[in-house]
Write a new protein. Structure first.
Ligand SMILES: Cc1ncc(COP(=O)(O)O)c(C=O)c1O
Length: 390
């Protein structure tokens, strides 16, 4: 089938890359040991801090988010260390598997993939750890497989109430630059992020924001590391350089994306995502379908995971929509395969893109013969119009 116009990339990352960022990357590669590069390096390393809401260092890796996950663990922990991780979905599972492969002793608190990390359970587990043997609490802030956003500030408060010294490691791969997140205020020790979602860049670079406490842990941590070693990075970074060849053109893109976030203002970026999340959920409710997330306090503003009626395949629906309307939606991952589809509404996005996206879903539901009520798009338009600042 011939498709005209632009493809709709509505998976929850990688997201649409704005033309400004694409143009910024279309530049000659420069010498990464030059003074010109050092200016770029310093600008992006500095410019990233407000996005994490931190005054501390942010490390940039030429890697996907998985690399930054590994970096957070190998830089702070030692073989056999006990860590606590909540089962929030597919990505908590992958992070758990990695921690096990690295030789950590993971306590994986079971979850139903419809809720986030529980502050109450955190408090109970840490209280029970009288020997203070748990070295780190790991949380996926926005679980991209389920569209559930964990309440990290409340997890932090629970840790403080117990007075437990564990590090707090948080994955913000699908929330940074989309959903309010405060590395310093919430006393997070390592924040993990990636380029390809709220930061509006192609995949390829990822980040660790690092607290003073994490730097102190780094000096004692004995997991083997070389490529990921913060100390190798932080020295050259002070002058704007990297210990190995950086992803130069992605850094051009990053500089432009940071400019865009700054121009819009982080508060407005969060408000925009909140409006789009609310409107997407209004559509799902009007269709009489279910949102995967069960707790309204944990609704994700960067994506919505929609449950299919029993006996109907989400993968078939996605195929119908891709064939008919040239729109990609996120698939159900691991145990949710075929049972849910995911609508990404993060990154470079606006009201009419959301309206188009939801129109594609509503038409797809009809074409695929999925039982639903019409009127989801109308409900979303109502929501968008009523929350629009004229
Ligand atoms: C929450 C979360 N964590 C980790 C990852 C893994 O990142 P990557 O695929 O960039 O390695 C993803 C990818 O989508 C994610 O959404």
């Amino acid at each position: 089938m011939i498709h005209t116009g632009r493809h709709f990339l509505q998976i929850p990352g990688p997201t649409n890359v704005p033309d400004r960022v694409l143009r910024a990357m279309a530049a000659p590669v420069i010498d990464h040991r030059s003074a010109e590069f050092a200016e770029l390096g310093k600008e992006v390393l500095e410019g990233l801090r407000p996005v994490f809401q931190t005054k501390g260092p942010v490390v940039i890796y030429p890697a996907s988010g998985t690399g930054a996950w590994e970096a957070s663990l190998v830089n702070t922990l030692s073989p056999g260390d006990r860590v606590l991780l909540f089962e929030t979905g597919h990505f908590s599972q992958l992070w758990r598997d990695m921690a096990v492969r690295l030789g950590l002793n993971v306590e994986y608190l079971p979850g139903d993939w419809r809720h986030g990390a529980s502050p109450e359970e955190t408090e109970a587990r840490l209280t029970a750890d009288a020997a203070r043997a748990i070295r780190a609490v790991m949380v996926v802030h926005n679980e991209t497989s389920t569209g559930v956003t964990s309440r990290v500030a409340e997890v932090r408060t629970a840790m403080d109430r117990v007075g437990h010294p564990a590090l707090l490691l948080v994955d913000t791969i699908s929330s940074l630059g989309s959903i309010d997140y405060r590395h310093d205020e919430w006393k997070v020790d390592v924040t993990i992020a990636g380029s390809q979602k709220g930061l509006m860049l192609p995949p390829g670079i990822s980040f660790n924001a690092v607290s003073e406490k994490a730097l102190a842990a780094n000096r004692e941590a004995r997991l083997p590391r070389s490529y990921w070693d913060w100390q190798q990075m932080l020295g050259p970074n002070r002058e704007g350089f990297f210990p190995y060849t950086p992803a130069t053109n992605l850094l051009y893109g990053l500089r432009e994306a940071l400019k865009m976030l700054h121009e819009e203002g982080l508060e407005n970026v969060f408000r925009r995502h909140a409006r789009h999340g609310e409107a997407a959920r209004a559509a799902v409710r009007a269709w009489r379908l279910d949102v995967q997330c069960e707790d309204p306090r944990e609704y994700s503003n960067s994506l919505t995971t929609v449950r299919m009626p029993e006996g109907h395949s989400a993968d078939n629906l996605r195929k119908v929509i891709l064939d008919a309307f040239d729109m990609s939606l996120g698939s159900g991952l691991s145990k949710l395969a075929g049972k849910v589809f995911r609508i990404g509404h993060l990154g470079s996005f606006n009201d009419l893109m959301l309206a188009g996206t939801l129109s594609g879903v509503e038409m797809g539901l009809r074409l695929a013969g999925v039982p639903h009520r019409a009127g989801g798009v109308a409900a979303a338009l109502d929501s968008l119009a009523s929350t629009h600042k004229a």
